[in-house]
Design a protein around this ligand. Structure first.
Ligand SMILES: Cc1cc2nc3c(=O)[nH]c(=O)nc-3n(C[C@H](O)[C@H](O)[C@H](O)COP(=O)(O)OP(=O)(O)OC[C@H]3O[C@@H](n4cnc5c(N)ncnc54)[C@H](O)[C@@H]3O)c2cc1C
Length: 305
């Protein structure tokens, strides 16, 4: 971590920037896949899938202070886009909204700075950051359940590529939640990986429109839908569960795990520790109970923002 410290950012160069939404410009959000060349800096070869890095926006904020660093998940495998750790990718959503008082447009500082950059432009980066949301040191010993919403898919793009690229297939399930089909990220890439790797399952959960015969659903219902695929790994305790995306999605995922494993308290205890009364009243769980009455074990990795 922090091979490049926040107060001494290094200069990378944007080498690719493209929309990565399935519907391109038709998507409801603007989300770009951005690749940055960090060769020749200490960042090169120093990052791992699942970590994030900092971006410094030039200029000052409304108080005249330098902009604070914002973090962006690395969406490349550990070897980067090029295999030797020189090109790091991320997945950035432009943030904008109307101010409530005078309905003027507010644009998020750093997300728009990154998305505005053209190929060849310089970008100030720091990091990498994060020491927990990582793949295990012995990846072959595990199966994987990845659950993402929105740009939460970023770390999983890197992790899935890393796992599928390294020898015999491991059972990997990826559930991606999105309001509309047009907003799915890297959709065609994941479909192609699914065709190529028998033990990779990709599930898109669309919450605000019905696609074909599939009902509208959130990631937790999609997880229940693929219970037969994920349950053997979960029951054995071999599976690791990673959750990344909008804050608020954790509860539904934990509840879905409790539903899938609820008849087997020993299996559930691999992932969630809670007393029988709490388990029985899971329909009434709320977010504040996470880490208190509902304790997650080291087999669950949560990164929500
Ligand atoms: C570990 C980690 C990883 C991350 N990874 C990614 C990633 O891969 N991709 C990505 O796009 N982002 C990611 N983020 C989020 C990212 O760091 C920034 O927070 C995000 O891009 C917004 O930054 P900004 O500078 O554009 O917006 P800012 O200028 O910081 O504006 C955000 C501000 O606007 C306010 N705000 C936001 N929405 C509204 C609203 N609707 N109404 C009123 N106020 C509002 C918020 O309170 C906040 O203060 C990650 C965050 C963390 C902590």
């Amino acid at each position: 971590m922090h091979v490049v410290r926040p107060d001494e950012p290094v200069t990378g160069r944007v080498v690719r920037s493209e929309l990565c939404t399935h519907g391109g410009a038709k998507a409801s959000g603007i989300i770009r896949h951005v690749e940055i060349d960090v060769s020749g800096t200490p960042m090169a070869g120093a990052f791992r899938a699942g970590q994030s890095f900092g971006v410094v926006t030039p200029g000052v904020d409304e108080h005249g202070k330098p902009h604070k660093i914002r973090l962006y998940s690395i969406s490349s495998p550990t070897g980067g886009e090029d295999g030797s750790g020189n090109i790091v990718a991320t997945t950035v959503k432009r943030l904008f909204h109307e101010l409530p008082d005078d309905h003027r447009l507010y644009t998020g500082v750093t997300s728009n700075h990154i998305c505005d950059l053209q190929v060849g432009d310089e970008i100030l980066v720091t990091g990498p950051n994060g020491k927990r949301f990582l793949l295990p040191s012995r990846p072959d010993e595990h199966e994987y359940v990845f659950i993402a919403t929105g740009t939460g898919i970023a770390p999983f793009r890197g992790m899935v590529r890393e796992l599928l690229g390294a020898g015999p297939d491991r059972r990997v399930t990826l559930v991606m939640g999105s309001p509309y089909e047009t907003d799915l990220l890297y959709h065609d890439d994941f479909l192609a990986m699914e065709r190529e790797h028998e033990r990779f399952t990709y599930v898109a959960a669309i919450s605000r429109e019905q696609v074909g015969a599939r009902p509208r659903e959130y990631v937790d219902s999609a997880l229940r839908r693929v219970a037969a695929t994920v349950a053997p790994g979960l029951r054995s305790g071999r599976a690791l569960v990673y959750v990344c995306g909008i804050a608020g999605m954790e509860l539904g995922v934990l509840r879905a795990l409790a539903d899938i494993l609820g008849d087997d308290p020993a299996a559930l205890a691999h992932y969630i520790e809670c007393d029988p009364g709490t388990l029985a009243s899971r329909d009434a769980w709320d977010r504040r109970m996470i880490h208190r009455e509902i304790k997650t074990t080291r087999r669950i990795f949560l990164e929500v923002y």
